[in-house]
Design a protein around this ligand. Structure first.
Ligand SMILES: [Ca+2]
Ligand SMILES: [Ca+2]
Length: 240
């Protein structure tokens, strides 16, 4: 039995988005953010087979999620009973072959993204603080099965600025477009397509001494073209 006090997770923000409930928590562990998505199709349902790796009692949903992600096995999600504060970590993703019983209070919470990644609108995002050139950042994302993030709407740009970056600094971080192929025509590397949405800072893009790679400013979410060889943090994105 893992003790709940070991993790000391504090809920920071709780957002209700239609049928999704997103939790952002801060822990004193290497897990800084956890996102759990409640899958309503499992409400009040619990596999009656005792097919669980771990069972915990008297824990919060946040603590339960943190414990799941702290384990070495792949954490697919948790069964949690809001009435009794019991938590069960399943061996595998629940499926139709399991024998379900209807029990009050139980719900299934999915960990859609790996530890450190944040979920938004069917994608997982990671702000990687390692400073890399634009091309090395792109390769790093791709080595994680992701891509250097594209941004396709004002809503996505705002979410990235406020929730993923969440900083007052004027630092900039790489995102996934460049105009190296045709000067002045920025192309998302993921899709090889031109920008359908843009959020250039006043006076940008200016190709100052040959700037070709796209960055986003932390505090404003505004875009700037920078020299591809400079080292910045970067945002990886992948489909869930
Ligand atoms: Ca340029
Ligand atoms: Ca510029």
């Amino acid at each position: 039995m893992l003790k709940k006090t070991y993790y000391r997770c504090k809920p920071l923000v709780r957002l209700l988005v239609s049928f999704l409930t997103l939790w952002f928590v801060k822990c004193n562990t290497n897990i800084n953010k956890i996102e759990l998505i409640k899958l309503s199709e499992y409400d009040k349902r619990l596999p009656s087979l005792e097919d669980f790796l771990t069972e915990l009692e008297n824990v919060s949903i946040i603590e339960c999620g943190a414990i799941c992600l702290m384990n070495k096995f792949v954490c697919v999600g948790v069964f949690y009973n809001a009435l009794t504060k019991f938590c069960k970590l399943p061996n595998d993703y629940p499926n139709k072959t399991m024998d379900y019983g209807v029990q009050p209070g139980w719900g299934f919470w999915n960990t859609e993204c790996n530890s450190g990644w944040l979920y938004h609108s069917d994608h997982c995002y990671l702000l990687n603080h390692t400073q890399k050139s634009w091309h090395d950042a792109k390769l790093q994302c791709e080595s994680n099965g992701a891509f250097l993030a594209d941004i396709n709407s004002a809503e996505e740009n705002s979410w990235i600025t406020e929730k993923l970056i969440g900083s007052n600094s004027t630092d900039q971080t790489w995102i996934g477009a460049s105009d190296e192929a045709i000067e002045g025509i920025f192309i998302w590397s993921k899709t090889n397509s031109t920008l359908k949405f843009s959020n250039w800072r006043e006076g940008e893009k200016n190709d100052f001494k040959g700037e070709d790679c796209l960055s986003i400013t932390h505090n404003t979410g505004k875009w700037n073209d920078r020299h591809c060889s400079i080292h910045l943090s970067f945002i990886c994105k992948k489909i869930t």
